[in-house]
Design a binder for this molecule. Structure first.
Ligand SMILES: [Zn+2]
Length: 621
């Protein structure tokens, strides 16, 4: 067993890793004040961003679900990886050599983060498939690609490869590169028979499927030979890395443009993604052997920053039943998302790849430009089933389509579609409106269910911390002071630090965070591990609260205002302490008045006068 990674190495890796860069490979961020960014939370489903990061402090916090932590925790939660694996991954990313407690040179090969090993195996496999494409046997694959309009440059851009016939080409190659069968079994690239494992993809064109960070985590493979008994398309099965409900082919290439252009185009196949990108639609992705589902919606929405202010999702379907069903399913899934969802159907039923092949790039761009709202698509698809030339047909059609219009929850859009429907049916508005209204009553759809509230539960024996009431001015000032000290420690002068150390906080939660800050500061925490050390110093159930304080937006638009805000708040805190102390002293003074000549009386009086002086200096009066 390899030992623990040395603490200073962990700190160093954390310090050298740009939190913003890491988070941005999963979440589109926008500015939320000086040094602060926000985006849609990757850990819970939401419509307006409550996930905040503060890169300088290396900390993130979600005000919606309470998830929080540093860059290591972020990746652990996103990738479901262990702490050690994650630190090793981040270290590898910045070429930093880790040292371990037992003094060894590092973990033995087989101990090395499992996820990283799987990723490495995929990388080697991808290279193998690419070289195989250039061999004599690869001719069939090259012909397939050329026949679909992809030249060598396009093939290289998408790293398309060829999996040779035979049973162990890839297996032998990976074994020769030091991988053992036990770990290869976990990659999904091999099938298992009586005599051990063998290549899963044989005699096929293969496309690497990548995650958001660009790491290859699986493959999609299309058959080439007549005698292949397998399915036309074969993908990696579910593995630790590859979850088909979450992967989107092409997302690694498209994600920047998706965020920038606030558009995502969903096509049906690998060659369609290639065709779209080559035609200039660089926001195209495809699901891999599954329908576009809830997880895909979440991922897309995060990239689009879908907070209701725009961003469009465009589905292309070749007009067949399956595609329409997929669209209608999406329609049921998520209305807010659907309001910005469009559908493109090629009238002749040709997919983007064939369209480009026969009619060129311009035709692909036109297809996408001729998008129609999904609502319209869903209603019209239903209308097609009826003969609208007869009264009976129209009545039946209305009966079937009114519920679709009724299901539109956005009351700004619903009346417009009711009007449209009346037009398509050739009926008058009142009849359609009445029918829609009746459907709404019948359906009584559950309207926006509130998101689950985060539970801030402690262990049974731990003290419970009540959330301080922010309507109370003292609580508010305490909190603001903690925010300033956690977020802007470098702005505090020595006297301000001293005053902060000595301050007493009334709310138990604030007092515990104050103690944590004092402990972190005496421990000499470095700037980049500042928040993490404070989090470690406070009781567990307050860790998320610390992150919350670290990312709460300070109301200052520029450096000058920020400086003034920080010093105002700290002075406010000092003044509050003076007020507390005075109240105490006045109580003592009253008791000491029994003996006006005594030591106590003059002592207290003297301190009171000093306090008043300090207060005046603070106020500048
Ligand atoms: Zn969240």
């Amino acid at each position: 067993m390899a030992g623990l990674i040395k603490r200073e190495d962990i700190d160093e890796v954390r310090n050298r890793t740009d939190l913003r860069e890491v988070v941005e490979s999963y979440v589109t961020l926008k500015s939320a004040g000086i040094g602060s960014f926000k985006g849609l939370c990757p850990f819970h489903d939401e419509r307006s961003p409550s996930f905040h990061i503060r890169p300088q402090l290396g900390t993130f916090h979600c005000f919606g679900c309470g998830e929080s932590g540093d860059v290591i925790a972020f990746i652990q939660k996103m990738d479901h990886s262990s702490f050690t694996e994650t630190v090793e991954l981040l270290a590898a990313r910045i070429n930093y050599e880790l040292h371990y407690e037992d003094g060894g040179p590092g973990p033995r090969r087989e101990d090395y983060g499992k996820r990283q090993r799987l990723v490495d195996a995929h990388k080697v496999a991808e290279e193998f498939f690419r070289t195989q494409l250039e061999t004599g046997e690869g001719a069939a694959a090259r012909e397939f690609l050329t026949g679909r309009g992809f030249d060598a440059e396009a093939v290289a851009h998408f790293s398309v490869g060829y999996a040779p016939k035979g049973w162990d080409g890839l297996l032998k190659h990976l074994r020769s590169r030091g991988f053992v069968d036990e770990e290869l079994k976990l990659t999904g690239m091999f099938s298992e028979g009586n005599r051990g494992i063998y290549d899963r993809f044989r005699g096929r064109v293969v496309w690497p499927i990548r995650d958001l960070s660009g790491a290859t985590i699986g493959f999609g493979a299309r058959k080439l030979y007549e005698d292949d008994q397998g399915p036309k398309y074969l993908n990696t099965p579910e593995t630790q890395l590859y979850k088909k409900s979450q992967v989107l082919y092409g997302l690694d290439l498209a994600k920047k443009q998706i965020s920038k252009g606030r558009q995502i185009v969903v096509v049906e196949g690998y060659t369609d993604v290639m065709a779209c990108h080559l035609a200039g639609i660089t926001t195209a992705v495809a699901t891999c052997g599954t329908a576009f589902g809830t997880d895909h919606i979440k991922i897309s929405r995060r990239l689009l920053q879908d907070d209701g202010t725009g961003g469009e999702v465009i589905f292309t379907f070749d007009g067949d039943e399956a595609g329409q069903k997929a669209a209608l399913r999406a329609f049921e899934e998520d209305q807010r998302f659907i309001a910005q969802t469009y559908v493109c159907v090629e009238p002749t039923g040709v997919d983007p790849c064939d369209l480009r092949l026969h009619r060129g790039d311009e035709a692909v761009r036109e297809l996408i430009a001729n998008k129609r709202p999904l609502f319209e698509f869903a209603i019209r698809a239903e209308l097609k089933k009826f003969n609208l030339d007869t009264v009976e047909g129209r009545v039946q059609a209305l009966r079937q389509t009114a519920p679709i219009v009724a299901a539109i929850r956005d009351s700004a859009i619903r009346p417009a579609y009711a009007r449209e429907l009346a037009g398509w049916l050739g009926m008058n508005n009142e009849d359609v409106n009445r029918s829609v209204a009746a459907s709404i009553k019948r359906a009584k759809l559950p309207r926006n269910t509130p998101p689950a509230q985060p539970q801030a539960q402690g262990t049974p024996n731990a003290p419970a911390f009540e959330r301080p009431d922010q309507r109370d001015p003292v609580m508010r000032l305490e909190r603001q002071a903690l925010e300033v000290v956690i977020q802007q420690p470098q702005r505090l002068a020595d006297e301000q630090w001293q005053a902060f150390y000595e301050s007493r906080f009334m709310a138990p939660a604030h007092a515990a965070v104050h103690d944590g800050i004092v402990a972190a500061s005496t421990a000499g925490a470095s700037a980049a591990s500042w928040v993490e050390v404070i989090r470690e110093e406070v009781p567990e159930q307050l860790r998320s609260f610390v992150s919350e304080l670290a990312v709460t937006v300070i109301p200052a638009l520029d450096e000058h205002n920020l400086n003034r805000y920080c010093s105002d708040i700290i002075n406010g805190l000092i003044e509050l302490q003076i007020t507390h102390r005075k109240a105490e002293l006045i109580g003592r003074l009253q008791r000491a008045e029994m003996d006006p000549d005594g030591e106590e009386y003059s002592q207290v009086n003297k301190e009171l006068m000093e306090l008043e002086m300090r207060r005046r200096i603070l106020r500048g009066t």
